[in-house]
Design a protein around this ligand. Structure first.
Ligand code: AMP
Ligand code: GLY
Length: 474
């Protein structure tokens, strides 16, 4: 079989790696892929007329490539091509694809729609209201603010449209940024304002053929940019952003006063399985969240959701019981969650995908090993260069920095590239650069392997969190 994985990052390389372990699979192409797509046996970066595919949005080129190479099966990683209808286009050409059709991406593409849908079908969610008028939203915020509030742009905003707010002022500013300054364009025509929940956050995934749905593993995703005690890291970031020098004692004072914001990112690392999720909780999430979504989406909208469903869950304690409440729904797998889940899949990834296509997900076994995987992201951190000091990911950062030690690291762990290119050697191309994964019988062993592998790698400005896998406040 020839498989095409559509993705540009670490998730896509992990998906490709999992397909490469299937006896049925001869070749795996990754489009557009990156400089790390060829780290694994059978895996190649897609080339059309000798050139890489320009981006995940280049649907025409990707479909042309799939036709030309006679691809037997495609697996789509990110939401953008899905919401541009890549699965519809591939299916028109007779190429089976794992991923929802365009109409089904509304679950992720409109947060307002998704919230109304979940409420209607009785899935537990935080208290919320949707607004298209900023003044009304502000009134609601002033009225409802108790323990924090979250303001979200309705549409796709590359993971940046969510503001978790500690004060009324912060929430009012979020409304202005989204609706008045229109920081995310039309994605901010409407917003959701919701109660801030406190609990245990879980990146939960399931895979569905539209009728049947099975658990597809879970992970704990570490989203804060810095370890909770990394005052020096926060200081460099802060200086990079404000371009104002601050002393150590000044920054420590700001930190103590809670005035230093530890920014949210797309993910700085992950551990799978999620240490707080047992079989009973998994069953509860399947019964209360995943199954109703798949069933009701089909019966109310008349659309089958085929692919990976990734609800972000907050486990909230109510009357001594953990209730799973949905924060967001994603119509694809998680990054970096996939990099720690997929190396644990013992079943054949091609078999799983074919079962999705043939609508017999109920008939197959999806088995995960009992091993634990810890993945740590190496990111482009604060760096002084030709354009002065840049704060680093998740803000402005330098790219094109030479990377050393990848081959050495691969002897100790798995290296999934998020943003690298291969030239003479490897160079950085993005904020998140690599996800380095260690696998072991315990979290300690997996952590030790991941960090040991990571210690072989270096590039100017490289930064990573030291607490991935540990139970630290996020
Ligand atoms: P998203 O990228 O849309 O998944 O949201 C970003 C992050 O914001 C989530 O992973 C949570 O950590 C946080 N978040 C979103 N909604 C809430 C909420 N209602 N309460 C607390 N945290 C939230
Ligand atoms: N790590 C968050 C996401 O994949 O949406």
């Amino acid at each position: 079989m020839k498989v095409l994985v559509v993705d540009a990052g670490g998730r896509g390389n992990a998906i490709a790696h999992s397909f490469s372990r299937s006896k049925r699979v001869k070749e795996v192409f990754v489009a557009p892929g990156n400089g790390g797509s060829e780290f694994f046996e059978k895996c190649t970066q897609a080339k059309l007329d000798g050139k890489s595919i320009p981006s995940i949005r280049a649907i025409d080129e990707i479909v042309t490539f799939a036709k030309k190479m006679e691809i037997d099966l495609a697996f789509i990683g990110p939401e953008e091509p899905l919401s541009l209808g890549i699965v519809d286009r591939l299916e028109e050409e007779g190429i089976p694809a794992v991923g929802p059709v365009r109409e089904a991406t509304i679950l992720e593409a409109s947060k307002c729609w998704a919230k109304d849908f979940l409420r209607k079908i009785g899935v537990p969610i935080p208290e919320y209201r949707n607004f298209d008028n900023p003044e009304e939203a502000k009134e609601y915020i002033r009225e409802k603010f108790e323990n924090g509030i979250v303001v979200k742009a309705d549409g796709l905003a590359a993971g940046k449209g969510v503001y978790v707010c500690d004060s009324v002022d912060e929430a009012l500013r979020a409304v202005d940024e989204i609706m008045i300054q229109r920081k995310f364009g039309d994605a901010g025509n409407r917003i959701v304002v919701e109660e801030r929940l406190r609990g245990i956050e879980v990146a939960f995934t399931a895979i569905s053929d539209g009728k049947n749905v099975r658990p597809f593993g879970h992970a704990k995703d570490y989203k804060r940019a810095f370890d909770p005690d990394d005052v020096e890291g926060l200081r460099n970031f802060y200086i990079g952003i404000t371009k104002k020098f601050v002393t150590k004692s000044e920054i420590e004072k700001l930190f103590r006063e809670g005035k230093l914001l530890n920014p949210n990112t797309g993910g700085m690392g992950a551990v799978s399985p999620h240490p707080d999720v047992n079989g009973e909780i998994e069953e509860k999430i399947m019964n209360l969240v995943v199954e109703p979504i798949i069933r009701e989406f089909r019966s109310q909208k008349g659309i089958e959701f085929r692919g990976v469903l990734y609800p972000v869950i907050m486990l909230v304690k109510e009357d001594e019981e953990l209730v799973p409440k949905v924060l967001e729904i994603n119509v694809r797998d998680c990054d970096p969650g996939a990099q720690v889940k997929l190396p644990r899949v013992e079943s054949d990834m091609a078999e799983i995908s074919l079962a999705v296509i043939d609508r017999r997900v109920d008939e197959i076994e999806i088995k995960f090993s009992n091993d634990i995987c810890v993945g740590v992201c190496a990111v482009s951190g604060a760096l002084k260069g030709r354009e002065g000091l840049k704060p680093g990911y998740p803000a402005d950062h330098y790219t094109s920095q030479p990377i050393t030690g990848i081959e050495d690291a691969m002897r100790e762990g798995m290296v999934y590239a998020n943003g690298i290119a291969k030239d003479d050697g490897f160079v950085t191309t993005g904020g998140r650069v690599l996800t380095v994964v260690g696998k072991g019988k315990s979290i300690d062993e997996a952590r030790q392997k991941a960090y040991s592998a990571l210690s072989r790698i270096d590039f100017p400005g490289m930064r990573y969190r030291k607490t991935i896998g540990l139970d630290v406040p996020e």
